[in-house]
Write a protein that binds this ligand. Structure first.
Ligand SMILES: *Cc1c(COP(=O)(O)O)cnc(C)c1O
Length: 376
């Protein structure tokens, strides 16, 4: 069976974890947490990176940092996303206002956002699907004119960029995921990227249970105390050690994923040209990271048949997401603004092919050949 995903692993991880254990230093904000944050800061150019226990938690932390986001406030986002994008704001009592996506990138349609802005809108949450950037110039312009915060759900976007800027660094806050299904993983983990220095101190406090312990560790205060509300969003240093080994070879992992992506794209282009399937589109100015390779079948029936056919040929492929506005919690907490022209229709056609660091190009060839057989 060719798996859909195999979590990334780098050789040096074992030694790094052993070092944490031997030194009995496994709590949060240790050596490897520092190394990971500094690596991300250097690589992306963000003012500050704070490692978190997940991207979900990074988004929660961001939601707590947007001034006065509370009951009845509105947050604009696509319905075609993972639940965490909405959960972080629903926890604050805010209403997710779902806007339709563009069928070419599956990202929020930037042209429909402004019409969804009301008196109660506080933030926009673009999701960079498959590591392909949303149209950030337009989104930032709307946000600036209406004084809205922008929180980038860049869970899939590490190592990708928009017009030369790393994803996660363009909005006020950016959120990365290191879940085992992502390009770099610590099993469970994430990071919050903070664009402006002025938001760093409050973020550190909220992440450390509402205390100024981060300042205390740096020797900037001689005792620490309860300053604000907060929670605990620090991962164990063992998780960071596992992650750091991958970050050290980030380029190699990225190149390998792009090689797989390009092989799929080239091999499947004839099927796309024959009008059998649709392939992903990467707009000009966007550099992606090979996070995902998807294709679109004609409709949901064909997709189901295709997934079954691949399975019978030992290939595991998957689909996602069920649009949030059609889910029980989405119906309860959110609303869809405007017409659902593409969100549901396109989500029903999309399927993801195996993609992971370590997948062999001849396995990709076999998958493509199997797809061609299905369409013969
Ligand atoms: C994976 C993912 C998340 C959640 O990440 P966790 O680290 O598992 O919390 C959020 N949003 C998107 C778009 C994702 O793909």
């Amino acid at each position: 069976m060719i798996n859909f995903n195999v979590p990334p692993y780098a050789e040096k991880a074992m030694g790094y974890i052993q070092e944490c254990v031997k030194n009995q230093k496994i709590c949060g904000d240790g050596l490897y947490t520092k190394k990971c944050s500094e690596w991300i800061e250097k690589k992306t150019g963000t003012a500050k990176c704070l490692l978190t226990t997940s991207c979900t938690h990074a988004t929660e932390l961001a939601a707590l940092l947007v001034p006065d986001i509370g009951p009845g406030d509105e947050v604009i986002m696509p319905a075609y996303t993972f639940v965490s994008t909405a959960d972080a704001f629903v926890l604050r009592g805010a209403v997710p206002v779902f806007v339709d996506i563009r069928p070419d990138t599956m990202n929020i349609d930037e042209k429909l956002i402004e019409d969804a802005v009301t008196e109660r809108t506080r933030a926009i949450v673009p999701v960079h699907y498959a590591g392909v950037a949303c149209e950030m110039d337009t989104i930032m312009d709307i946000a600036n004119r209406h004084h809205l915060a922008v929180i980038e759900d860049a869970a899939q976007g590490i190592m990708a960029s928009y017009k030369g800027k790393a994803l996660g660094t363009i909005g006020d806050f950016g959120c990365f995921s290191f879940h085992e299904t992502k390009n770099y993983s610590s099993g469970e983990g994430g990071a919050l990227l903070i664009r402006d220095e002025k938001n760093v101190e409050e973020a550190e406090i909220i992440r450390e249970k509402g205390t100024n312990r981060s300042k205390f560790y740096r020797g900037q205060v001689d005792k620490y105390t309860w300053i604000n509300y907060g929670s605990s969003y620090l991962p164990s240093d063992m998780n960071a050690a596992y992650l750091y080994a991958q970050l050290e070879i980030a380029e190699e992992i990225n190149d390998a994923r792009l090689a797989i992506w390009n092989r799929y794209y080239e091999s499947l282009s004839p099927l796309a040209e024959a009008g059998k399937i649709e392939l992903p589109m990467v707009p000009e100015g966007c550099v992606h990271n090979g996070h995902m390779f998807y294709l679109k079948a004609k409709d949901i029936e064909e997709r189901t048949a295709l997934i079954d056919y691949l399975k019978s040929n030992e290939i595991h492929s998957v689909f996602h997401y069920v649009p949030l506005h059609t889910a029980p919690a989405g119906l309860k907490f959110g609303r869809f603004h405007g017409e659902d022209r593409y969100t549901t229709k396109e989500s029903e056609r999309l399927m993801r092919l195996p993609m992971y660091y370590g997948l062999k190009l001849d396995q990709v060839d076999y998958i493509c050949e199997t797809l061609r057989k299905f369409y013969q």
